[in-house]
Design a protein around this ligand. Sequence first.
Ligand SMILES: NC(=O)c1ccc[n+]([C@@H]2O[C@H](COP(=O)([O-])OP(=O)(O)OC[C@H]3O[C@@H](n4cnc5c(N)ncnc54)[C@H](OP(=O)(O)O)[C@@H]3O)[C@@H](O)[C@H]2O)c1
Length: 247
Amino acid sequence: MAKLTGKIAVVTGGSRGIGASIAKGLGGEGATVVINYNHSQEQAEAVVEEIKAMGSSAIALQADISDAEATKVFIEKVLEKFGRIDILVNNAGITRDKTFKKMSFDEWHKVIDTNLSSAFNTCKIALPAMLEQKYGRIINISSVIGQSGGFGQSNYAAAKAGLIGFTKSLALETARGGITVNAICPGFIATEMVGEMPENVREAIIAQVPMKKLGAPEEIAKGVIFICESEYMTGQCLNLNGGLYML
Ligand SMILES: NC(=O)c1ccc[n+]([C@@H]2O[C@H](COP(=O)([O-])OP(=O)(O)OC[C@H]3O[C@@H](n4cnc5c(N)ncnc54)[C@H](OP(=O)(O)O)[C@@H]3O)[C@@H](O)[C@H]2O)c1
């Protein structure tokens, strides 16, 4: 039997890249998957169709998860439709890379709101339901940049490091309630986010990775499934980074 049959999973930013892989991975293990997107409706619907073709259920729901009120409406809609949320993957994220000197206030706030406050926004509404059902798996997609820092990424590194602190604190507060809260810190993964980097920057990054290659989005999906299955792991960061950063 599939590992996650009967589970209701929500993946923010599930329309593309790592989120789409996670959604398909969860669907492949039998979970019913809610794919959140902001702009990429067609791509989100395509992920839904792929999951349905595997024999699992899926729907796509639009919401800008950097907006607390829109996120509340979104999560409440999921709870109304399915009655529970078992797995919440806070994956949606953006970059607005600039050196600190050139970074605008808007670039700072947009990245913090989308990568960090979004997890507060979803958990704020989903967690009471998880506590009531005495079961939950919250998985926050952070980044190696939240651990090492990144040149031109003070906004992104702050958001991703914040997500690690948020993960550990929420794990402490929920540990007795049947809920685990963990983070995944991917290294450089082959998605549009990395594709948008200048070629020379991407090549320089690959040269620094001990494995000398980008990671596949499916590797992150495998990590999510591992965390979903684990009963005793909470407050941890799963580092999937090709050896780029060793803790
Ligand atoms: N790629 C990497 O190397 C890497 C490394 C470490 C960590 N990460 C993290 O992994 C996550 C996924 O990255 P990715 O590379 O897959 O990025 P991506 O290909 O750019 O996809 C980003 C996803 O986030 C969604 N999104 C962005 N803003 C949103 C918002 N306000 N509300 C709802 N959804 C929103 C997008 O949805 P729409 O298209 O519908 O707007 C899209 O589905 C991010 O948190 C990223 O920081 C990535």
